[in-house]
Design a protein around this ligand. Structure first.
Ligand SMILES: [Zn+2]
Length: 220
């Protein structure tokens, strides 16, 4: 087979590793190894359920090079702080439109490109999923505690009832015990956030987490 490809004279350079490959280029002009890597990355991106606007093109480098928010220095500092953080719990809080989701989804994209996994969800989707599961088994908690890196966005739109709060707290406890990273996002100031998530989650953040406040000028 190789001999025939050679004799046909067709060859191309892999777009990823620059190796010369004999034969006709496929849809992505990649060698077989790079094609496998590319497919695996696509599978992880699909499993991450990133919102369409943040579908994985961003990286820490692109955010730092062209901060989409002003003042740019404050934004860059926040991006650097988040990128370097090693906490089990990180809350990103602040006004609407300050790029909180962008930071968290970039963290997921960075992980995926390094061969790791991440999962994005909104709080409404997370709690809605609880209602759709049978109560007698622990399928909901088992699934949502299993993700090694979980971003829960728009927390301010939920946790309004005691039942939701209880489920949320037990999920946070489980993730904490399993030392899986959880990122919580809410359009709240510090006081509003503390009231929203309650004392138990606040204690976890005190013990093993950090709160990133986004206070710069919103773009929308
Ligand atoms: Zn290649």
């Amino acid at each position: 087979m190789v001999a025939r490809a050679l004799s046909s004279g067709e060859s191309y350079k892999c777009k990823r590793c620059n190796e010369q490959v004999y034969g006709a280029p496929g849809d992505h002009s990649l060698c077989a190894d790079c094609e496998d890597t590319w497919r695996a990355t696509q599978r992880r991106f699909e499993a991450a359920h990133l919102p369409r606007l943040h579908s994985g093109r961003s990286s820490w480098d692109t955010l730092l090079a062209n901060p989409p928010y002003t003042p740019m220095d404050a934004y860059r500092a926040a991006v650097r702080e988040f990128a370097a953080s090693q906490h089990a719990f990180v809350a990103i809080i602040g006004r609407r439109g300050t790029g909180k989701t962008q930071i968290a989804t970039t963290a997921i994209s960075e992980r995926i490109r390094k061969g790791r996994w991440g999962r994005y969800t909104t709080a409404i989707n997370l709690m809605g999923d609880f209602i759709n599961r049978p109560t007698e088994d622990n399928a909901w908690r088992a699934e949502w505690s299993s993700y090694p890196y979980l971003v829960i966005d728009e927390l301010h739109q939920t946790l309004r009832t005691e039942a939701q709060r209880t489920q949320f707290e037990s999920l946070m406890d489980e993730r904490y015990m399993a030392t899986r990273v959880t990122v919580l996002i809410a359009n709240e100031d510090l006081k509003g956030f503390q009231e929203l998530v309650g004392p138990s989650v606040c204690r976890r953040i005190d013990e093993a987490g950090a709160i990133l406040e986004c206070n710069w000028t919103p773009i929308r």
